[in-house]
Design a protein around this ligand. Structure first.
Ligand SMILES: *Cc1c(COP(=O)(O)O)cnc(C)c1O
Length: 458
């Protein structure tokens, strides 16, 4: 059975694809676009807020890397979210979007001194990754108290999920202080004892592929550590637990499965006291808030056949579906075929590979799929691509970033679009590729050197 929210999203997506063709957003001049369902995003935010209702104060932040687009961040700020940032670029995007500094959380395993100073001066919550970083903060504070909450990221080392690269709580993960390592718990407790301003513990167990019980186990370890530190200190110094994000997304269907309510049920089972109000909770969800609301749409440029396999060549490849192309088994996407007017194609099916424009053989977004027969001029849609896909461009083959359009269905049932990001022009690609320094290397030759006198033919 299809849930009402999944059905609404699907209906809106089909209407948006047809409207994108009708309004000329998707045509030969712009054969690749990203589409974002605004109501879908807001519904996900709503689900999240409802799931965590409890005595505890819960501050939900959005992990900016999942959809690093200013209008999306502003929409989420308006919807009451905070923002988790992990680089200077993400920090600047979040400020541009209008998040007050007090609603930001700054993570990242490689914060520079300047970034730390900025965060400390502006009351931005910071999760420190390691003891060297803690020492930097000691030096920057020089006895002052920080303006915002400061936490320590720990790695509960509860193990890996289905995708190694997405599992941040393995025994050797690069993130946080590895809690099960010899002496680590004592070292963390000592760090808190020496610094009354340290007030949070942070863990993000993993992203896509981590089962809920594994995440809950990590949260439980952090909760136990907080209780242990506070008991040892005889005061309630740890007041906040940042439990990260990582709710997996079902890329096989339109459903939100598991949902935030399932996640909270799992958390309550593992840590019954988690939401009793003793600790303020912070969450950092990314993919689960945006994935289902995004669609990549591309015109089919050519269809062909090779070795008995049908291939549809589209404009969507590794530049917008990087993980899927490079790790197809871990990141399969559903694909749909639409006719030139943007209507779902019916009729006889064929087994087909959906290829992208990049010049390497593995640039395929779907392999061996049974889909309605594809023809040039049709549209292929890649579903569930609202997070980490069109917002996370890979500049292979100097392919430009595609335009992204947000959409809503208005009271009359009509689709209304808003431009979220312009398509990058080919000229911009050239400029970003060092055009202003076109003479730089030839100029080095002109300056003379071994074996390259001025005027040497190259
Ligand atoms: C990536 C990341 C998140 C978000 O993960 P999702 O799987 O997108 O929910 C949250 N916190 C940290 C520290 C992260 O690195």
């Amino acid at each position: 059975m299809t849930s009402a929210s999944a059905q609404r999203r699907r209906t809106a997506r089909e209407a948006a694809l047809a409207a994108a063709v009708e309004e000329g957003l998707l045509d030969a001049r712009s054969p690749l676009i990203g589409l974002l369902d605004v109501d879908g995003v807001l519904a996900a935010v709503d689900d999240l807020h409802h799931a965590f209702s409890g005595p505890a104060t819960v501050r939900h932040t959005f992990a900016a890397k999942a959809c690093s687009l200013v209008p999306v961040l502003r929409l989420l700020a308006r919807a009451g979210m905070g923002c988790e940032v992990a680089s200077p670029g993400e920090l600047e995007l979040a400020l541009e979007a209008g998040f007050p500094p007090g609603r930001l959380v700054f993570d990242s395993p490689a914060k520079t001194v300047a970034e730390l100073r900025f965060a400390l001066d502006h009351g931005i919550a910071v999760n420190l990754d390691n003891f060297q970083e803690l020492a930097r903060v000691d030096a920057l504070l020089a006895g002052r108290s920080p303006a915002g909450p400061i936490g320590l990221r720990v790695n509960p080392q509860v193990g890996a999920g289905a995708i190694g690269a997405m599992s941040t709580a393995t025994s050797t993960s690069k993130f946080g202080i590895a809690l099960r390592d010899e002496g680590a718990v004592q070292a963390v407790a000592d760090a808190f004892a020496a610094r009354p301003w340290l007030s949070r513990l942070h863990a993000h167990v993993g992203s896509q592929g981590c089962p809920l019980p594994l995440i809950a186990q990590g949260v439980r370890a952090v909760h136990e550590l907080a209780d242990h530190i506070n008991a040892a200190l005889g005061r309630r110094q740890v007041t906040g637990l940042d439990i990260g994000g990582g709710l997996p997304v079902d890329f096989d269907s339109d459903e939100d499965r598991p949902g935030y309510a399932d996640y909270v049920t799992e958390l309550r089972a593992a840590v019954p006291e988690l939401l009793d109000g003793r600790y303020t909770l912070v969450t950092e969800f990314g993919r689960s808030l945006l994935a289902k609301s995004g669609t990549i749409a591309s015109l089919v440029e050519y269809t062909k056949s090779a070795g008995g396999r049908r291939i549809a060549v589209t404009h969507a490849g590794a530049q917008v579906a990087t993980r899927t192309v490079f790790m197809p088994d871990s990141w399969p996407l559903r694909a749909g075929v639409y006719d030139a007017a943007g209507r779902p194609k019916q009729g006889a099916t064929e087994v087909v590979d959906i290829a992208g424009p990049c010049c390497f053989a593995g640039d395929l977004t779907a392999v061996g799929r049974e889909l309605p027969a594809v023809e040039p001029g049709d549209i292929v849609a890649l579903y569930d691509t609202g997070a980490y896909y069109f917002s996370t461009h890979f500049a292979y083959n100097s392919l430009p970033r595609p335009a992204v359009h947000g959409y809503r269905t208005d009271a009359e049932g009509q689709i209304r679009f808003a431009l979220v990001r312009e398509a990058q022009s080919v000229r911009q690609v050239v400029e970003e590729s060092g055009a202003a320094h076109a003479d730089a290397l030839v100029g080095l030759l002109a300056a003379g050197g071994p074996g390259h006198a001025e005027g040497t033919a190259v």
